[in-house]
Design a protein around this ligand. Sequence first.
Ligand code: NDP
Ligand code: MG
Length: 389
Amino acid sequence: MRKVSVFGATGSIGQNTIDLIDRDPAAYEVVALSGGRNIAQLAEDAKRLRAQVAVTAHEELLDDLRDALAGSGVEATAGAGAIEEAACRPADWVMSAIVGAAGLKPGLRALEQGATLALANKESLVTAGALIMGTAKTHGARILPVDSEHSAVFQGLVGEDFGSVERIIITASGGAFRDWSLEDMARATPEQASSHPNWNMGQRITIDSASMFNKALEVIETKEFFGCSHEMIEVLVHPESLVHALVGFRDGALMAHVGAPDMRHAIGYALHWPERRALPVERLDLAKIGQMHFRAPDPARYPALRLAHEVMEAGGLSGAAFNAAKEVALDGFIEHHIGFLEMAEVVEEVLTRLWGGACHINAEMTLDTVHQTDHIARKTARDVIAERQ
Ligand code: NDP
Ligand code: MG
């Protein structure tokens, strides 16, 4: 039996992971499941899967979790430290699917134990790519990408020499506002931005898809995971979300990964790697689909993509600043303090202030310097938003 843990188990990726585990429960021994506020879901899954421990991120919810698990034999713990402790428990395969910068530490702890880390939490690579990749190397641990584009690139590289790769193209659906005018985008509400045309995901990543901040994070994630130069990475708008990524080789060949927009494909690939096992995803009928469309992203509508390239050029701790500023700007939009297009303006202003000397962006990357940068960028972003009120 494989020992598995799922961090962010109550979220969209977490629930899709549990769906796959549920289909073959005898194959897995569940060590830890973590969640946040959704105690009922966390407890129900932990009991059914007989997890060793269930952890909520919120200490004030520990009693609720204990009550929900009473008599089940599943241990209940709470708080960020308890999540880290659970990530230190021996497991063969660990899903990192907490949303945001909070996913970094548990991922690092799992890698330090030598576990295979299925990485959905792209923020880990954006904020601390060198740290995550370095920790995996030091401890002989493997990271498997779960983001659909990165899983697609990873699959496109099987048996290939990375030296023959010329470019990596990741696709973007364009999100909720791909056909909206800039004027309408400026007036868009969080509710409108929270509905994705193709993918069913958590609210934050859905809004980030509409602004292309999600794609901006993914461009940085690509650079960090595959260790390529940022000039090699391209973004292509593809409204149907059927081609997830393409790898361009020096002989001119483009290898495209085509599949239904269902995260259980990428999660299942990471779960069963290096084997391919049957997965409950739709088989595409290309004759029925008939057409697919591609276009270049409009830089005026999606400044986040330009910012991503500036962040990669600046390097150092810029990714941590970028992600933190983006998370605060997203909160500001969700809470109606700033408009949809202002998110990119806030992030750009934060980067300008930090690059201008408010922070040692080129300090050595450690967990401490990443946290300091995250902290300063969040404070600066809150200041920038307050100045706009
Ligand atoms: P969701 O918002 O659906 O789920 C997030 C999970 O993290 C939930 O279990 C939530 O708990 C938990 N959580 C929230 N805040 C904290 C915190 N501070 N500390 C610990 N746990 C917390 O997110 P998604 O599943 O959509 O995304 C998860 C990650 O995967 C993100 O990094 C995202 O970018 C990435 N990803 C997601 C894709 C998707 O299709 N959804 C595709 C590719 C990547 P609770 O809900 O109980 O409060
Ligand atoms: Mg993706």
